[in-house]
Design a protein around this ligand. Structure first.
Ligand code: GLU
Length: 416
């Protein structure tokens, strides 16, 4: 990642382009380009072999103007303060584009969860939560899953926080198991949102999603659910790559069998229903839609000239570098930016938080219907703004977000 420079700098470049068009006041500009709070903690954990390891954890609350800070926690060896700060800023703009009453935050721990036992992961999670306990809470900051974290980890977050405050607090975290106050539809929500905006883009551009060829990088929670739901609309998922390898079938991969294979082997690599495929080959495929649903900095100046998709739907956060994005846009590729495309997850996190606070839970249909409405509204807001300002969708999504957060910042006024 280092060869592409600071991720926070990339976020600032995107921000500046939109702020200039909006003629944003310099004071508001300064406020919105500084993180409100950055917390760094050391988390000692006794490993299974008896040794003590100390893990570095971060929680960044970028902006809390619209409501409690909101955003996931990721476990990855490459986590850094720069990355977590950029991701927390993106959460701020994402919640604003989704029009939900949250600010933006992100957490991360530098670790390799694939080499840790369940007991070690539990100990690390609980210690991390204890270290940031004063900063989180249903009205302060509400974590959620992200890269390499899941509902079990959120259950430990909920339990640790509840033990500290002395009562069960379900609304402190989202993406929990259903039994603990989770929401129906939350696990699938990011992928469902990706499916909805891809379908809307196809409608806008005038091609049929039924029969459209789709290539997906990443087969985790976002990539696999997007693939499944788009296949249900009749799209052909022709290629998938993941951390280990990839698979390609021009006739369309058999999703049911691919999901079984991935469950059994923890990778799509070696799938008997397709030919092997690298990431480089995936990005260069002549498809209708390309969905990067893995990590940051995947579409760069090295591979952007080779991209031949009509639409790029950013399932991941920050998968395209600013230069590469400019090139894709100039080449007429319709990029649905991350802060819109993957906002289905946090939108349904909002629904989960609302249900927890009410103590009243909705049927899955109600969750999905509300998500459908929110995603279509957000897509339309961003599309109309892009037509009005004659800009790409990323710039227009920032325009929507900065206007909303900026207006409230101004109305609330300055303290002291
Ligand atoms: N980690 C997800 C994201 O990047 C979800 C965050 C949330 O639900 O708070 O949007």
């Amino acid at each position: 990642m280092a060869e592409h420079g600071s991720i926070f700098e990339a976020m600032l470049q995107e921000f500046d382009g939109a702020a200039r068009l909006l003629k944003l006041e310099p004071g508001i500009w300064k406020i919105l380009t500084h993180p409100k709070r950055q917390i760094i903690v050391s988390c000692p954990v006794q490993m299974d072999n008896g040794d003590i390891e100390v893990f570095t954890g971060y929680r960044v609350q970028y902006n809390i103007t619209l409501g409690p800070a909101k955003g996931g926690i990721r476990y990855h060896p490459d986590v850094s303060l720069d990355e977590v700060t950029a991701l927390a800023a993106w959460m701020t703009w994402k919640c604003a584009v989704a029009h939900i009453p949250f600010g933006g935050a992100k957490g991360g721990i530098v670790c390799d969860p694939t080499r840790m036992s369940k007991r070690e992961l539990e100990a690390l999670t609980r210690r991390y939560v204890a270290e940031i306990i004063d900063a989180i809470g249903p009205e302060k900051d509400v974590p959620a899953p992200d890269v390499n974290t899941n509902d079990q980890i959120m259950a430990w977050v909920m339990d640790t926080y509840s033990m500290h405050v002395g009562h069960t607090s379900t609304a402190v975290v989202t993406g929990k198991p259903l039994e603990l106050g989770g929401s129906l539809g939350r696990r699938e929500a990011t992928g469902r949102g990706v499916m909805i905006v891809t379908r809307e883009a196809a409608r806008h551009l005038g091609f049929d999603i039924k029969g459209a060829a789709i290539a997906i990088q990443g087969f985790g929670n976002v990539g696999s659910v997007s693939a499944d739901l788009l296949a249900r609309l009749g799209a052909k998922i022709v290629a998938v790559t993941d951390w280990k390898g990839g698979t390609y079938n021009a006739q369309g991969l058999d999703l049911g069998r691919l999901l079984d294979h991935a469950r059994e082997h923890a990778t799509v690599d070696g799938f008997p229903g397709g030919e092997p495929l690298t990431n480089e080959q995936l990005f260069a495929l002549e498809v209708d839609v390309l969905i990067p649903a893995a990590l940051e900095n995947q579409i760069t100046m090295d591979n952007a000239p080779a991209v031949r998709a009509k639409v790029v739907t950013e399932g991941a956060n920050g998968p395209t570098t600013p230069d590469a994005h400019k090139l894709l846009h100039e080449r007429g590729i319709f990029v649905i930016p991350d802060i819109l495309a993957n906002s289905g997850g946090v939108t349904t996190s909002y629904f989960e938080w609302v249900q927890d606070r009410y103590g009243y839970f909705w049927e899955e249909d109600e969750v999905n219907t509300r998500l459908e409405k929110k995603m279509c509204e957000a897509f339309d807001d961003v599309l109309q703004t892009s037509l009005k300002y004659k800009v790409d969708l990323r710039t227009s999504a920032y325009i929507v977000a900065i206007s909303r957060v900026g207006t409230v910042t101004k109305m609330r006024g300055m303290y002291a």
